[in-house]
Design a protein around this ligand. Structure first.
Ligand code: GTP
Ligand code: MG
Length: 194
């Protein structure tokens, strides 16, 4: 199962985006012990079981507000494979503070540049390569309203999730053990009697 956590400022279209991706598969509940609405969806995409989790809209990740605590705890403790950082592309600057805070948590992240239909309407331009290099994050223009860029976003998220799982799989031991395993592999390779 690949778990994708949708995080972003309030009103940037996180729920709209999840709706556009998962449609009727969305389930609404509450976070344990609190009355903040929790939406999640599980479905199969390109042969993979995917879970989307809609986190509360936040501006920061301090432990003092309930929404921020839920978001922070989820990213740190529930081990999402990829954090989808949804931003309002017409209001990038205001959104990037949270992006930096998410990056600090050191989780694989893809940025969804949402409201790109509005961005285009306003005749704004963005050099995506330069932006990605500058932010050190992959970014995909999307519109939850027009349902554009959705496949690109999901493909990018899956690619990053799979890469992460490969890394996890190839580094299951501590440094000393990994060095020992390498030695043994080397010995076996050099031993012609095998
Ligand atoms: N034009 C346009 N409007 C959008 C897009 N995505 C969302 N919206 C609108 O933006 C508003 C907010 O969308 P939501 O999905 O509720 O935003 P949210 O991030 O879930 O908000 P919170 O849950 O309150 O944090 C709604 O009126 C949506 O219809 C988009 O891509 N383009
Ligand atoms: Mg919402």
């Amino acid at each position: 199962m690949i778990k994708l956590a949708f995080t972003g400022n309030p009103n940037v279209g996180k729920s709209a985006l999840i709706n556009a991706i998962a449609g009727s598969k969305l389930k609404v509940g509450n976070w344990p012990g609190v009355t903040v609405e929790k939406k999640e969806a599980t479905f199969i995409y390109k042969g993979e079981e995917i879970q989307l989790v809609d986190l509360p809209g936040v501006y920061s990740l301090s432990p003092y507000s309930l929404e921020e605590k839920i978001t922070r705890d989820f990213i740190l403790d529930e081990n999402p494979d990829v954090v989808i950082n949804v931003v309002d592309s017409t209001n990038l600057e205001r959104n990037l503070y949270l992006t930096y805070l998410i990056k600090e948590l050191d989780k694989p992240t893809v940025m969804a540049l949402n409201l790109y239909d509005e961005f285009d309407k306003l005749k704004y331009k963005l050099d995506l390569d330069q932006f990605e290099n500058f932010m050190e994050v992959k970014a995909v223009p999307v519109s939850a309203l027009k349902k554009t860029g959705i496949t690109d976003l999901m493909d990018k998220a899956l690619e990053i999730a799979k890469k992460k799982k490969d890394i996890e799989f190839s580094l299951p031991f501590d440094e000393g053990t990994t060095a020992l395993v390498k030695e043994i592999v080397k010995e076996i390779k050099e031993d012609k009697s095998y």
